[in-house]
Ligand binder design. Structure first.
Ligand SMILES: [Zn+2]
Length: 380
């Protein structure tokens, strides 16, 4: 019985659910917004028999929602991993990126990354419960509040939960025409502070030691660490320093992003970044930071679960492909590093993640919902 092929998918109803949570703005640091999304998602599970638990994190972040769909079963099952936060600041919905539909494209903050994928996964599960079917493996959903800031509060919970499961399905967006993600780069995050000496820029310029110039020198050194052939990228993405135009800057701070493909490059690059310092006199350089996500490397477990997904997609009527390597990290990086078969990019298709043209493709709701349902009903 290929049930997930025959039950009608009500994409309009699913889109209404997506809309209801897209219209609650939830940037990572907005605790109230993220928690309102959480409460809306709890309602999606009403009547399914699933047990929702809210796990507090820190005062600066929203809660985690853990949903045990089969609370009486204790065998290792399927963990569905989604995040509720977005990168879009409050005001985006009323400003640059209102919810709107234009043909097949439906726009809104976080609609593609990943409120769409999150909602279709819940919809897939609800379809199973409405048909009163039981999945071969118990299912747990874990919805986190901080993925877009590298999951500082959720990482431990994700790893603990993943340990109890046989598979992890991540509802990050699909890529390049519905492709799935089977490899992602790892991520490192660093803060570099330079400290000099303030002085009046007109009266006593020679007494000053300019922390901004020192940071500029280091920024150029970071640029030379890029190594495209090895898939290593570095980026100085934020810089802040000084107190006034006519004062030699005492302090400067930069934030640096690092991406890499394997653990050896991670260790090497981390050491090189931690060792950076200014060659200018009387400047103190303080580097802090770490690798926040290990690389998501395609292994045998990932291959096997991808093969299962490709078979299901063929039954549904489309060819499932994977993208070679994605530069952005996800919470799937943690679970792959633990050796747990993980599929990522199972969410909706679309484009423009993190931009003001972020959208999903309405036509992707049906096949992607079926694919998730097929995985829930077939993985064992
Ligand atoms: Zn995401």
């Amino acid at each position: 019985m290929s049930s997930f092929l025959h039950d009608r998918v009500d994409s309009d109803a699913i889109l209404e659910d997506i809309r209801s949570i897209v219209e609650i703005e939830s940037p990572s640091r907005n605790v109230a917004g993220v928690n309102r999304v959480l409460e809306a998602i709890e309602k999606f599970f009403e009547g399914t028999g699933a047990v929702c638990e809210r796990l507090p994190t820190t005062a600066a972040l929203g809660d985690i929602l853990r949903v045990r769909c089969d609370p009486t079963r204790s065998e290792a099952g399927i963990l569905v991993l989604s995040h509720m936060d977005t990168v879009h600041p409050v005001g985006t919905l009323a400003g640059k990126l209102p919810y709107r539909r234009d043909g097949d494209k439906v726009y809104g903050p976080g609609i593609y990354d990943m409120k769409g994928g999150l909602t279709i996964a819940v919809a897939a599960y609800r379809r199973i419960t409405q048909a009163r079917r039981r999945t071969p493996l118990p299912i747990t959903f874990l919805l986190t509040p901080d993925e877009e800031v590298s999951s500082p509060a959720s990482r431990g919970v994700i790893e603990n939960e993943a340990r109890r499961h046989r598979y992890v399905l991540v509802t990050e967006p699909a890529r390049d025409g519905g492709r799935i993600v089977t490899a992602r780069k790892g991520v490192g995050v660093f803060v570099i502070r330079t400290q000099g000496r303030p002085a009046h820029a007109g009266g006593n310029p020679d007494l000053g030691r300019n922390a901004i110039l020192a940071a500029a020198e280091i920024a150029l050194a970071i640029e030379t660490l890029n190594d495209r052939a090895r898939g290593i990228t570095t980026n100085v993405g934020l810089i802040e320093g000084g107190t006034a135009r006519n004062t030699v800057a005492e302090h400067c701070t930069m934030e640096v992003d690092l991406r890499f493909c394997d653990r050896a490059s991670a260790r090497e690059m981390e050491a090189r970044i931690m060792a950076l310092k200014s060659s200018r006199p009387d400047i103190e350089t303080i580097v802090t930071g770490k690798i926040t996500r290990p690389p998501f490397a395609r292994d045998r477990g990932v291959d096997l679960v991808f093969e299962r997904a490709a078979e299901i997609a063929r039954e549904i009527g489309f060819a499932l492909e994977s993208v070679p390597l994605v530069g952005g990290g996800s919470d799937g990086n943690f679970t792959v590093a633990m050796g747990i078969p993980t599929l990522d990019g199972l969410g909706v298709d679309g484009d423009g993640a993190h931009t003001n043209h972020e959208h999903l493709l309405f036509s992707s709701i049906e096949p992607r919902t079926r694919l998730l349902q097929g995985l829930m009903e077939r993985l064992q």
